[in-house]
Design a protein around this ligand. Structure first.
Ligand SMILES: Cc1cc2nc3c(=O)[nH]c(=O)nc-3n(C[C@H](O)[C@H](O)[C@H](O)COP(=O)(O)OP(=O)(O)OC[C@H]3O[C@@H](n4cnc5c(N)ncnc54)[C@H](O)[C@@H]3O)c2cc1C
Ligand code: SF4
Ligand code: SF4
Ligand code: SF4
Length: 380
């Protein structure tokens, strides 16, 4: 099938993302005949228990006579959700109360530690100022070893108690959200990505599915993770995020089902996301460590920022995708594709809201092709 994503095989990208975003990248690459694939070469996954909905947070803040537009930063610490507002105001809301703002899609997510990444990074399990690092692939292991040898990071063994906490949280997330998945299926709200499906059934199910089906099967039933994979993969550029939801703005190409296939919440084959992972709280891994950046500061150990600075300065990739704050609306995360270490440093820290990160890949491809068009026109 013809797709638009004629990725340059020499162009390599490192991404950081939540487990659902890592799943989307993995799925797009595994099904590149449909989606065109991605140029992502290194996947750094974050731990993620839940994410927060902008519209629910807006309503919650109203209860405290605060406006989301004034939010400069959000943090989770010591069982509170902390809002850092303009004019040096700080509002802290018990995490239990803030749970009412958790995105509906997070309640059907079974992955706490980004099980499909090369390296996963989180805070839980390591001392303050350190990150927990789960090395999952040989590529990830080599990168950690090189970054340590070149003094970008330092590592130490994880404590036994730290390891137990991560395992407990990961098990709880799997068990609780498995129950929610059952409940939703029982009331006719499909959770397609968790259904068992053979290759033949997969082919049949996806064959005629276009954006309207994606909307019905994912967006309208509270399963969309707002990753932007559908936008990235659409050859007709007819999907946009409006009011924090993907919406259709045009006419589909005949025989195209790229958005439906790319989505991490539609059917997934066993060889991409194995049900065996349900029985392994932390997924498959080679090694688990505590790590810390040597110079850089970040949310926890600054490991993601240090690794991205390293891969760019050693030319191991051409660009990285980071998630920074929007300059106009600081509460709002904004993804950026960049080859500039200054952008990586600026984007350090966690942003607790969903972000369509794959849109940044599309924006960049379009701006690059626009630039080359201008050069060709100028030369004739
Ligand atoms: C929504 C969310 C929930 C999380 N929940 C947990 C949790 O329950 N337990 C836990 O241990 N850890 C959690 N984390 C991970 C943790 O907050 C840190 O991001 C992680 O420990 C890395 O720290 P660091 O100092 O190495 O990263 P830094 O060096 O500070 O770099 C952080 C990187 O994360 C990227 N980033 C920031 N926000 C987002 C986002 N919304 N989507 C994609 N990328 C982003 C930035 O681009 C930056 O490069 C969560 C992260 C997110 C985004
Ligand atoms: S679906 Fe929610 S909980 Fe799961 S990885 Fe994505 S943001 Fe985190
Ligand atoms: S919106 Fe239509 S044209 Fe775009 S990817 Fe989906 S099915 Fe294809
Ligand atoms: S509908 Fe689009 S934005 Fe939402 S999860 Fe699927 S691919 Fe991601």
């Amino acid at each position: 099938m013809e797709t638009h994503n004629n990725n340059n095989k020499d162009h390599k990208i490192a991404m950081v993302g939540t487990p659902c975003q890592i799943l989307a990248a993995t799925k797009m690459d595994a099904l590149s005949d449909y989606t065109g694939g991605t140029p992502i070469d290194i996947k750094i996954g974050l731990f993620c228990m839940e994410n927060f909905s902008y519209s629910f947070m807006k309503e919650l803040l109203k209860e405290y006579e605060m406006d989301i537009k004034d939010v400069q930063e959000i943090r989770i610490e010591k069982n509170y959700l902390w809002f850092f507002l303009s004019e040096d105001r700080i509002l802290k809301i018990p995490l239990e109360k803030a749970k009412s703002c958790v995105r509906k899609n997070c309640q059907i997510c079974m992955d706490f530690t980004s099980e499909l990444s090369d390296i996963s990074v989180g805070s839980v399990g390591s001392p303050s100022g350190w990150s927990t690092v789960i090395i999952r692939t040989n590529k990830g292991k080599k990168l950690i070893e090189m970054a340590e040898k070149d003094s970008y990071i330092k590592t130490k063994p994880i404590s036994e108690s730290g390891l137990k906490i991560i395992e407990k949280l990961a098990k709880n997330k799997k068990n609780e959200n498995k129950n929610e998945i059952r409940k939703r299926e029982n009331i006719g709200r499909p959770v397609l990505y968790r259904r068992e499906i053979s290759e033949d059934e997969f082919e049949r199910e996806i064959s005629n599915c276009q954006f309207e089906d994606l909307k019905g099967d994912v967006v309208d039933v509270g399963a969309c993770v707002l990753c932007g994979a559908c936008i990235y993969t659409c050859p007709e550029n007819v999907i946009e995020i409006k009011d924090r939801k993907p919406e259709f703005t045009g006419k589909c190409r005949e025989d195209c089902n790229a958005c439906y296939v790319a989505c991490p919440r539609t059917f997934i084959l066993e060889d991409i996301l194995s049900k065996d992972l349900d029985k392994k709280p932390l997924g498959d891994f080679i090694e688990i460590l505590s790590a810390k950046a040597r110079i850089i500061t970040g949310q926890d150990g600054g490991v993601v920022t240090a690794l991205f600075s390293y891969v760019l300065s050693r030319n191991l990739v051409d660009d990285v995708i980071v998630v920074d704050k929007s300059s106009l609306e600081p509460w709002k995360p904004e993804a950026k594709l960049t080859d500039n270490v200054a952008d990586v440093l600026k984007a350090s820290g966690t942003k607790y809201a969903a972000c369509p990160i794959f849109k940044s890949l599309k924006d960049s491809r379009e701006s690059k092709s626009e630039k080359s068009k201008i050069i060709i026109e100028g030369g004739t």
